[in-house]
Design a binder for this molecule. Structure first.
Ligand SMILES: [Zn+2]
Ligand SMILES: [Zn+2]
Length: 265
């Protein structure tokens, strides 16, 4: 089995050394572990991310561990980049300087609104949900205009604290999934939602089924911010993926894709 989304203490809100995550992955019998640590570029906030200047250290440290654990587990090196159109050129240039295995893109903000922090005005109950959802979809669609990434991380993260839109979101998600299919992107199945008030997988089962219908490939990650959470909640999620009709997960090597069986890994 694989875990294609773990963090490290470099992002300032996760704990544990890189090697501690790898050791945990080996301990639970994973075949692949992929680091997808945060790279968030925002004028006012970098404290929840490694700095751009730390990327060379991040890459080289993982490169060493990749070699050290060869034969025991495949260690992959990626980034979870926060979508922010202002910085795309800088980010693209940085991505090209290193041979990353995979690049994920995510939305933790819709414009200035933080959607992931418990204390944000959105998660404290302010704002009209329909307006915020519209804004979220607008940003997602904008993100999908760009080509710097392989994987769309936690597609419906906006539901994290259980705030729901009052209207049906089918049309928006159908449109977004069509674009994802057209652009040949991978959807990440992220199990971290079970640790939060929403108590659900990202994206939810009905969206996973839509992905299957559109023949969109998926990958799987825990979004672990501590070594103990590597591979978390897989016992709940794997049966759902199989029920949705998936038999394979996508893995990456220097941004080239291949498929591994869900059941044999
Ligand atoms: Zn994080
Ligand atoms: Zn994230």
């Amino acid at each position: 089995m694989i875990d294609y989304h773990v963090h490290t203490s470099l992002c300032n809100h996760a704990e544990g050394s890189m090697e501690a995550y790898i050791r945990k992955a080996v301990e639970i019998g994973l075949t692949d572990i992929c680091f997808l640590d945060h790279l968030t570029m925002r004028p006012a906030e970098t404290s929840h991310s490694m700095a751009l200047s730390e990327v060379p250290f991040y890459f080289q440290a993982l490169q060493r561990l990749k070699q050290k654990y060869k034969g025991k587990i495949k260690v992959k090196i990626g980034l979870e980049i926060d979508f922010n159109p202002i910085y795309i050129d800088i980010l693209k240039e940085m991505i090209e300087r290193f041979s990353f295995d995979v690049i994920g893109s995510s939305l933790h903000y819709t414009g200035d609104l933080n959607i992931v922090s418990r204390s944000s005005s959105w998660n404290q109950g302010s704002h009209d949900p329909d307006l915020v959802y519209d804004l979220y979809f607008e940003h997602l669609k904008k993100m999908l205009d760009y080509n710097y990434f392989d994987v769309v991380c936690h597609l419906d993260l906006i539901k994290k604290f259980g705030r729901k839109s009052l209207k049906s979101l089918d049309k928006d998600y159908n449109e977004i999934l069509s674009t994802i299919k057209q652009k040949n992107l991978i959807v990440e199945i992220n199990t971290d939602g079970y640790n939060h008030p929403v108590q659900d997988i990202y994206p939810s089962f009905d969206i996973i089924r839509k992905c299957r219908e559109q023949d969109i490939s998926i990958t799987l990650g825990s979004d672990a911010h501590m070594p103990a959470n590597v591979g978390q909640h897989y016992e709940k999620v794997l049966p759902l993926l199989i029920e949705a009709g998936y038999s394979h997960l996508t893995v990456f090597d220097r941004r080239k894709r291949s498929q591994v069986s869900i059941t044999n890994t």
